[in-house]
Design a binder for this molecule. Structure first.
Ligand code: ATP
Ligand code: MG
Ligand code: MG
Ligand code: MG
Length: 468
């Protein structure tokens, strides 16, 4: 069996052989881009190269980019534990052409890699193209010899990429793998496309136009940006439809089961999956300098950690669990990402401290939640005041409460939650003004009201960025 580490290497070497510079992954906190929460695609580090603002001494590059999709425009946090193909942290393998080769060579390189180097059977593959992109349609026919019905025209923005309202944009073409009819799901464009049978493995973006405020112009030197999920291609090559069976994830699931003396595939399987996933995103975020806090990126990290900790609680872990899995993670990924090894002590200590601190609150908060939901049925709502109390007194990010109630089909009254939050602010403002020390300090509350609650800064922030 090819390990995911081997597959990453094969990918990078293949593009290296084909004239691409092998470039390191950039950090998860994007440099020079405060509008973007976390790096969520391979193109992020090359954004200015595509627009021509920045020049490199190569015109073709390849990377395995660390990505986190747990906030902002791309948020897969709610998918983890429920789909076979989504993680909060994953690696995006990519090849890039900066005004060098274009559509024909991009398709040829991709097709040769998956069918020759990786040896995937052609009859398991199908592709999508943007409905107006006849050129791509014809190229797939010519290069791959795919029959018409396996080249699906998609009219939606899923197959049209844009960097923002203006700037480079263009059609994309995605490669799907059919895992077989024993798994629920339909081909792209069908009503059942959200299932896990037909899995999107690779997105090829053809940056063909420049969108200005008035027009869409043809770029004189069009570019290529592609992204393939390492865990998804590894699943295919390791003979499973489920990313969580891939060695990189499976070994973490087994470690989680081992440390809690439970069955990795039994009743706690979902919890083990969530823990494995969240351990990766938390560890990589810590290694890239994000620390848990109550705002911005740090709050997203804290939310992910606390969600994982609730799952450790479900499994029945008496002591902090996450930090015990760190050696397994560094063993699996430390060679490819040495920053993990450098930060190992910090990761371990932070995870242990956060979990030890949160544990008491978590136990008490969950008891309160049980009591409050004892009489609720599927379709009912948890009162906003209770969700707020859990947030304010027990440190439950509201998405943790939602996650905890999901399996029971109970929702949180979010309007009530927001109202309770505003009431508390109002109280704080009154108390502050009443202190008589410096009436002018109330200006801070005005500022806070204007810019919004810092607790959720970024999490809800609209991103200008358009990633693949
Ligand atoms: P999906 O439709 O399955 O959510 P996507 O269209 O959002 O995927 P892209 O933005 O096109 O994904 O990213 C390029 C590639 O990165 C995808 O084809 C897929 O292989 C991989 N990928 C995207 N999101 C995830 C994720 N959350 N976990 C693992 N791999 C992912
Ligand atoms: Mg997606
Ligand atoms: Mg998609
Ligand atoms: Mg896609």
């Amino acid at each position: 069996m090819q390990s995911a580490n081997d597959i990453r290497k094969t990918f990078l070497e293949y593009f290296g052989k084909n004239g691409h510079e092998i470039v390191d992954s950039s950090p998860l906190v994007p440099r020079n881009d405060p509008t973007l929460m976390f790096t969520n695609a391979g193109m992020v580090q090359f954004k200015n190269v595509f627009t021509g603002l920045e020049h490199r001494d190569y015109s073709r590059a390849t990377t395995s980019q660390k990505c986190v999709r747990a906030g902002g425009k791309h948020n897969d946090l709610e998918n983890v534990g429920f789909t076979a193909r989504h993680h909060t942290f994953f690696e995006m393998l990519g090849n890039f052409s900066f005004g060098d080769y274009f559509k024909d060579m991009a398709i040829e390189l991709a097709w040769n890699l998956i069918t020759k180097e990786f040896g995937l059977p052609k009859d398991k593959l199908l592709v999508t193209v943007y409905h107006e992109d006849d050129e791509a349609f014809d190229l797939w026919k010519k290069i791959a010899g795919l029959p018409d019905e396996k080249i699906i025209r998609i009219p939606t923005s899923d197959n049209f990429w844009a960097m923002g309202d203006t700037g480079p944009c263009g059609p994309c073409s995605e490669i799907f793998y059919d895992h077989g009819d024993h798994i629920w799901g339909g081909p792209p464009g069908s009503a059942e496309e959200d299932g896990d049978r037909f899995i999107e493995i690779w997105n090829l973006v053809f940056m063909q136009y420049e969108q200005t405020l008035e027009d869409r112009l043809e770029l004189p030197k069009p570019s290529i940006d592609t992204g393939m999920g390492l865990e998804r291609i590894a699943a295919v090559l390791q003979g499973t439809h489920d990313n969580y069976n891939v060695d990189l994830l499976r070994k973490l699931i087994e470690a989680s089961a081992d440390k809690t003396s439970t069955d990795p595939d039994g009743d706690f399987n979902t919890s083990h999956r969530v823990i494995a996933d969240h351990l990766r995103s938390c560890s990589f975020l810590l290694a890239d300098g994000v620390l848990p806090s109550n705002e911005g990126r740090g709050y997203v990290l804290r939310r992910i950690m606390r969600r994982a900790m609730r799952h450790a609680h479900i499994i029945g872990a008496k002591d902090p669990l996450m930090h015990k899995l760190v050696p397994t993670l560094t063993g699996l990924m430390g060679q490819a990402f040495p920053e993990l090894l450098r930060a190992q002590a910090l990761i371990t200590e932070t995870l242990e401290l956060e979990e030890a601190r949160f544990k008491k609150l978590l136990d008490r908060g969950l008891s309160l939640l049980d009591a409050e939901t004892a009489t609720l049925c599927e379709g009912d709502e948890l009162a906003g005041d209770v969700a707020f109390k859990l947030y304010d007194t027990y440190g439950f990010p509201v998405d943790l409460t939602q996650d905890a109630l999901k399996s029971k089909g109970i929702n949180v009254d979010m309007d009530g939650f927001d109202a309770a939050m505003s009431r508390q602010r109002e109280e704080a403002r009154k108390n502050w003004a009443g202190s008589g020390e410096a009436a002018d300090e109330s200006v801070w509350f005005d500022v806070r009201d204007k810019v919004g609650a810092t607790d959720f800064l970024g999490y809800e922030t609209e991103e200008a960025e358009g990633q693949i």
